[in-house]
Design a protein around this ligand. Structure first.
Ligand code: ATP
Ligand code: MG
Length: 256
Protein backbone atom coordinates (compact mmCIF):
# COMPACT_ATOMS: atom_id res chain seq x y z
CA UNK A 1 0.00 0.00 0.00
CA UNK A 2 1.36 3.36 -1.01
CA UNK A 3 0.08 6.45 0.79
CA UNK A 4 0.33 9.67 -1.21
CA UNK A 5 -0.49 13.14 0.10
CA UNK A 6 -1.65 15.33 -2.76
CA UNK A 7 -0.63 18.69 -1.49
CA UNK A 8 0.21 22.30 -2.28
CA UNK A 9 -0.62 25.13 0.10
CA UNK A 10 -1.52 27.26 -2.90
CA UNK A 11 -5.25 27.18 -3.62
CA UNK A 12 -6.86 26.14 -6.87
CA UNK A 13 -3.91 24.33 -8.43
CA UNK A 14 -5.81 21.11 -9.13
CA UNK A 15 -5.22 19.04 -5.97
CA UNK A 16 -8.81 17.85 -5.69
CA UNK A 17 -9.23 17.36 -9.43
CA UNK A 18 -6.09 15.22 -9.40
CA UNK A 19 -7.22 13.20 -6.39
CA UNK A 20 -10.62 12.30 -7.78
CA UNK A 21 -9.53 11.63 -11.35
CA UNK A 22 -6.39 9.75 -10.42
CA UNK A 23 -8.40 7.58 -8.00
CA UNK A 24 -10.83 6.70 -10.81
CA UNK A 25 -7.99 6.15 -13.32
CA UNK A 26 -6.02 3.87 -10.99
CA UNK A 27 -9.23 1.92 -10.39
CA UNK A 28 -9.59 1.43 -14.15
CA UNK A 29 -6.09 -0.11 -14.02
CA UNK A 30 -7.42 -2.54 -11.37
CA UNK A 31 -5.69 -0.85 -8.45
CA UNK A 32 -7.56 -0.75 -5.14
CA UNK A 33 -7.82 2.87 -4.10
CA UNK A 34 -8.88 4.74 -0.98
CA UNK A 35 -9.38 8.49 -1.32
CA UNK A 36 -9.15 10.44 1.94
CA UNK A 37 -10.77 13.88 1.81
CA UNK A 38 -8.90 16.09 4.26
CA UNK A 39 -10.40 19.41 3.21
CA UNK A 40 -13.44 20.95 4.97
CA UNK A 41 -14.55 22.19 1.55
CA UNK A 42 -15.38 18.53 0.85
CA UNK A 43 -14.83 18.98 -2.87
CA UNK A 44 -13.29 15.54 -3.36
CA UNK A 45 -16.30 14.04 -1.57
CA UNK A 46 -18.81 15.85 -3.80
CA UNK A 47 -16.70 15.27 -6.91
CA UNK A 48 -16.78 11.53 -6.19
CA UNK A 49 -20.56 11.57 -6.15
CA UNK A 50 -21.07 11.51 -2.37
CA UNK A 51 -23.56 13.93 -0.79
CA UNK A 52 -21.51 15.59 1.93
CA UNK A 53 -24.51 17.09 3.73
CA UNK A 54 -26.07 13.66 4.35
CA UNK A 55 -23.14 12.10 6.22
CA UNK A 56 -23.42 10.88 9.81
CA UNK A 57 -19.68 10.52 10.21
CA UNK A 58 -16.63 11.83 8.39
CA UNK A 59 -12.86 12.13 8.64
CA UNK A 60 -13.47 14.64 11.43
CA UNK A 61 -14.66 11.84 13.73
CA UNK A 62 -11.63 9.75 12.79
CA UNK A 63 -9.17 12.52 13.63
CA UNK A 64 -10.92 13.07 16.97
CA UNK A 65 -10.63 9.37 17.73
CA UNK A 66 -14.38 8.77 17.80
CA UNK A 67 -14.58 6.49 14.76
CA UNK A 68 -12.42 4.07 12.81
CA UNK A 69 -11.78 4.62 9.10
CA UNK A 70 -13.75 1.45 8.31
CA UNK A 71 -16.83 2.93 10.02
CA UNK A 72 -16.66 6.14 7.99
CA UNK A 73 -15.72 4.73 4.59
CA UNK A 74 -18.22 4.99 1.73
CA UNK A 75 -18.14 3.83 -1.89
CA UNK A 76 -17.69 6.49 -4.55
CA UNK A 77 -20.97 7.27 -6.32
CA UNK A 78 -19.19 6.97 -9.67
CA UNK A 79 -15.85 5.25 -9.92
CA UNK A 80 -14.52 2.09 -8.44
CA UNK A 81 -12.91 3.38 -5.25
CA UNK A 82 -13.59 3.97 -1.56
CA UNK A 83 -13.70 7.38 0.04
CA UNK A 84 -13.33 8.77 3.53
CA UNK A 85 -15.56 11.83 3.18
CA UNK A 86 -15.23 15.30 4.69
CA UNK A 87 -17.49 18.26 5.22
CA UNK A 88 -17.43 21.61 7.01
CA UNK A 89 -17.23 19.97 10.40
CA UNK A 90 -13.56 19.25 9.72
CA UNK A 91 -12.78 22.96 10.05
CA UNK A 92 -13.30 22.58 13.81
CA UNK A 93 -10.72 19.80 14.15
CA UNK A 94 -7.80 22.21 13.99
CA UNK A 95 -8.85 23.90 17.24
CA UNK A 96 -10.29 20.84 18.96
CA UNK A 97 -7.06 18.89 18.55
CA UNK A 98 -4.83 21.59 20.02
CA UNK A 99 -4.78 20.09 23.51
CA UNK A 100 -4.93 16.47 22.40
CA UNK A 101 -2.05 14.04 22.55
CA UNK A 102 -0.46 12.67 19.39
CA UNK A 103 -2.44 15.13 17.32
CA UNK A 104 -0.08 14.91 14.33
CA UNK A 105 -0.28 11.14 14.03
CA UNK A 106 -4.07 10.71 14.11
CA UNK A 107 -4.40 9.86 10.42
CA UNK A 108 -1.27 7.70 10.36
CA UNK A 109 -2.61 5.62 13.24
CA UNK A 110 -6.05 5.36 11.65
CA UNK A 111 -4.50 3.93 8.47
CA UNK A 112 -2.55 1.17 10.19
CA UNK A 113 -4.11 -2.20 9.63
CA UNK A 114 -5.31 -1.31 6.12
CA UNK A 115 -1.99 -2.26 4.44
CA UNK A 116 -3.52 -5.26 2.68
CA UNK A 117 -6.80 -3.61 1.70
CA UNK A 118 -5.54 -1.02 -0.78
CA UNK A 119 -2.81 -0.44 -3.35
CA UNK A 120 -3.04 3.35 -3.14
CA UNK A 121 -4.30 5.80 -0.56
CA UNK A 122 -4.67 9.30 -2.03
CA UNK A 123 -5.06 12.12 0.48
CA UNK A 124 -6.61 15.39 -0.73
CA UNK A 125 -5.06 18.17 1.37
CA UNK A 126 -6.53 21.62 2.05
CA UNK A 127 -4.73 24.71 0.69
CA UNK A 128 -2.88 25.37 3.95
CA UNK A 129 0.12 24.14 5.89
CA UNK A 130 -1.97 23.44 8.99
CA UNK A 131 -2.34 20.56 11.45
CA UNK A 132 -4.61 18.65 9.10
CA UNK A 133 -2.00 18.87 6.33
CA UNK A 134 0.70 17.83 8.82
CA UNK A 135 -1.44 14.76 9.57
CA UNK A 136 -1.37 13.93 5.85
CA UNK A 137 2.39 14.47 5.59
CA UNK A 138 2.98 12.33 8.67
CA UNK A 139 0.81 9.48 7.38
CA UNK A 140 2.18 9.54 3.82
CA UNK A 141 5.04 7.67 2.22
CA UNK A 142 5.39 10.46 -0.30
CA UNK A 143 3.86 13.67 -1.60
CA UNK A 144 2.51 14.43 -5.02
CA UNK A 145 2.57 18.14 -5.78
CA UNK A 146 0.17 19.45 -8.42
CA UNK A 147 1.25 22.86 -9.64
CA UNK A 148 0.37 25.45 -12.16
CA UNK A 149 3.33 26.72 -14.17
CA UNK A 150 3.08 30.37 -13.12
CA UNK A 151 5.54 33.02 -12.08
CA UNK A 152 5.28 32.46 -8.30
CA UNK A 153 4.96 28.69 -8.49
CA UNK A 154 8.61 27.99 -7.70
CA UNK A 155 8.56 30.31 -4.69
CA UNK A 156 5.53 28.50 -3.26
CA UNK A 157 7.31 25.24 -3.88
CA UNK A 158 10.24 26.22 -1.68
CA UNK A 159 7.82 26.86 1.25
CA UNK A 160 6.37 23.43 0.75
CA UNK A 161 9.81 21.82 0.50
CA UNK A 162 10.75 23.48 3.82
CA UNK A 163 7.64 22.07 5.48
CA UNK A 164 8.47 18.64 4.12
CA UNK A 165 11.97 18.97 5.64
CA UNK A 166 10.49 19.84 9.03
CA UNK A 167 8.07 16.93 8.91
CA UNK A 168 10.99 14.65 8.03
CA UNK A 169 13.01 15.97 10.98
CA UNK A 170 10.29 15.57 13.60
CA UNK A 171 7.57 13.21 12.44
CA UNK A 172 8.21 11.17 9.31
CA UNK A 173 11.88 10.66 8.39
CA UNK A 174 11.07 8.62 5.29
CA UNK A 175 8.73 11.14 3.62
CA UNK A 176 9.67 11.47 -0.04
CA UNK A 177 8.64 13.68 -2.92
CA UNK A 178 6.87 11.29 -5.26
CA UNK A 179 6.44 13.71 -8.09
CA UNK A 180 5.53 17.13 -9.38
CA UNK A 181 2.53 17.30 -11.64
CA UNK A 182 2.01 20.15 -14.07
CA UNK A 183 -1.69 21.02 -14.06
CA UNK A 184 -4.01 23.47 -15.83
CA UNK A 185 -1.36 23.61 -18.52
CA UNK A 186 -1.73 25.81 -21.56
CA UNK A 187 1.05 25.09 -24.09
CA UNK A 188 0.39 28.37 -25.92
CA UNK A 189 1.41 30.32 -22.84
CA UNK A 190 5.12 31.19 -23.12
CA UNK A 191 5.56 31.77 -19.38
CA UNK A 192 4.04 28.36 -18.62
CA UNK A 193 6.56 26.80 -20.97
CA UNK A 194 9.46 28.62 -19.30
CA UNK A 195 8.37 27.66 -15.78
CA UNK A 196 7.81 24.11 -16.95
CA UNK A 197 11.37 23.96 -18.32
CA UNK A 198 12.73 25.39 -15.04
CA UNK A 199 10.87 22.72 -13.08
CA UNK A 200 12.39 20.01 -15.24
CA UNK A 201 15.90 21.35 -14.78
CA UNK A 202 15.51 21.70 -10.98
CA UNK A 203 13.63 18.52 -10.22
CA UNK A 204 14.57 16.24 -13.13
CA UNK A 205 12.83 12.88 -12.99
CA UNK A 206 10.58 13.99 -10.14
CA UNK A 207 8.50 15.85 -12.72
CA UNK A 208 5.92 13.56 -14.29
CA UNK A 209 6.12 13.28 -18.07
CA UNK A 210 2.34 13.45 -18.11
CA UNK A 211 1.06 17.02 -18.21
CA UNK A 212 -2.56 17.81 -17.29
CA UNK A 213 -3.95 20.31 -19.80
CA UNK A 214 -6.51 22.96 -19.01
CA UNK A 215 -9.67 21.19 -20.14
CA UNK A 216 -13.26 22.26 -19.71
CA UNK A 217 -14.49 18.69 -19.17
CA UNK A 218 -12.35 18.45 -16.02
CA UNK A 219 -14.03 21.55 -14.63
CA UNK A 220 -17.54 20.33 -15.55
CA UNK A 221 -17.30 16.78 -14.18
CA UNK A 222 -17.65 17.67 -10.45
CA UNK A 223 -21.03 19.29 -11.11
CA UNK A 224 -22.24 15.86 -12.26
CA UNK A 225 -20.62 14.25 -9.21
CA UNK A 226 -18.35 12.07 -11.29
CA UNK A 227 -14.73 11.69 -12.33
CA UNK A 228 -14.16 13.02 -15.84
CA UNK A 229 -13.72 9.60 -17.38
CA UNK A 230 -17.43 8.90 -16.80
CA UNK A 231 -18.38 12.33 -18.09
CA UNK A 232 -16.32 12.33 -21.29
CA UNK A 233 -13.74 9.58 -21.55
CA UNK A 234 -12.38 10.82 -24.87
CA UNK A 235 -11.64 14.30 -23.51
CA UNK A 236 -8.05 15.49 -23.19
CA UNK A 237 -8.50 15.77 -19.43
CA UNK A 238 -9.70 12.18 -18.99
CA UNK A 239 -6.94 10.88 -21.23
CA UNK A 240 -4.31 12.83 -19.29
CA UNK A 241 -5.33 11.34 -15.92
CA UNK A 242 -5.49 7.84 -17.41
CA UNK A 243 -1.95 8.43 -18.72
CA UNK A 244 -0.81 9.65 -15.30
CA UNK A 245 -2.09 6.45 -13.69
CA UNK A 246 -0.16 4.42 -16.28
CA UNK A 247 2.98 6.45 -15.65
CA UNK A 248 2.69 5.80 -11.90
CA UNK A 249 2.20 2.08 -12.46
CA UNK A 250 5.23 1.97 -14.77
CA UNK A 251 7.34 3.71 -12.13
CA UNK A 252 6.01 1.32 -9.51
CA UNK A 253 7.19 -1.64 -11.61
CA UNK A 254 10.57 -0.04 -12.38
CA UNK A 255 11.17 0.45 -8.65
CA UNK A 256 10.21 -3.15 -7.91
P1 ATP B 1 -8.24 24.16 -3.28
O1 ATP B 1 -6.89 24.66 -2.96
O2 ATP B 1 -9.32 25.18 -3.12
O3 ATP B 1 -8.55 22.87 -2.59
P2 ATP B 1 -7.48 22.62 -5.56
O4 ATP B 1 -6.00 22.79 -5.57
O5 ATP B 1 -8.01 21.38 -4.98
O6 ATP B 1 -8.19 23.86 -4.86
P3 ATP B 1 -9.22 22.13 -7.76
O7 ATP B 1 -10.43 22.31 -6.91
O8 ATP B 1 -8.89 20.76 -8.21
O9 ATP B 1 -7.96 22.78 -7.06
O10 ATP B 1 -9.30 23.05 -9.05
C1 ATP B 1 -9.62 24.43 -8.94
C2 ATP B 1 -10.64 24.78 -10.05
O11 ATP B 1 -10.05 24.58 -11.32
C3 ATP B 1 -11.87 23.90 -10.01
O12 ATP B 1 -12.97 24.67 -10.42
C4 ATP B 1 -11.57 22.81 -11.03
O13 ATP B 1 -12.74 22.27 -11.60
C5 ATP B 1 -10.75 23.57 -12.04
N1 ATP B 1 -9.72 22.72 -12.68
C6 ATP B 1 -8.78 21.97 -12.06
N2 ATP B 1 -7.97 21.39 -12.95
C7 ATP B 1 -8.42 21.77 -14.17
C8 ATP B 1 -7.98 21.51 -15.51
N3 ATP B 1 -6.93 20.76 -15.78
N4 ATP B 1 -8.67 22.09 -16.53
C9 ATP B 1 -9.73 22.90 -16.27
N5 ATP B 1 -10.18 23.19 -15.05
C10 ATP B 1 -9.54 22.63 -14.00
MG1 MG C 1 -9.10 21.07 -3.22
Amino acid sequence: MKILAITNQKGGVGKTTTCVNLAASLAVAKRRVLLVDLDPQGNATTGSGVDKSALASTIYHVLLGEKKLSEVKVRSGAGDFDIIPANRELAGAEVELVNELAREVRLKNALTGLENDYDYVLIDCPPALNLVTVNALTAAHAVMIPMQCEYFALEGLSDLVNTIKKVRAYLNPKLEIEGLLRTLFDPRNMLAQQVSAQLESHFGKKVYNTVIPRNIRLAEAPSYGMPVLFHDRASKGAQAYLALAQEMIKREKANG
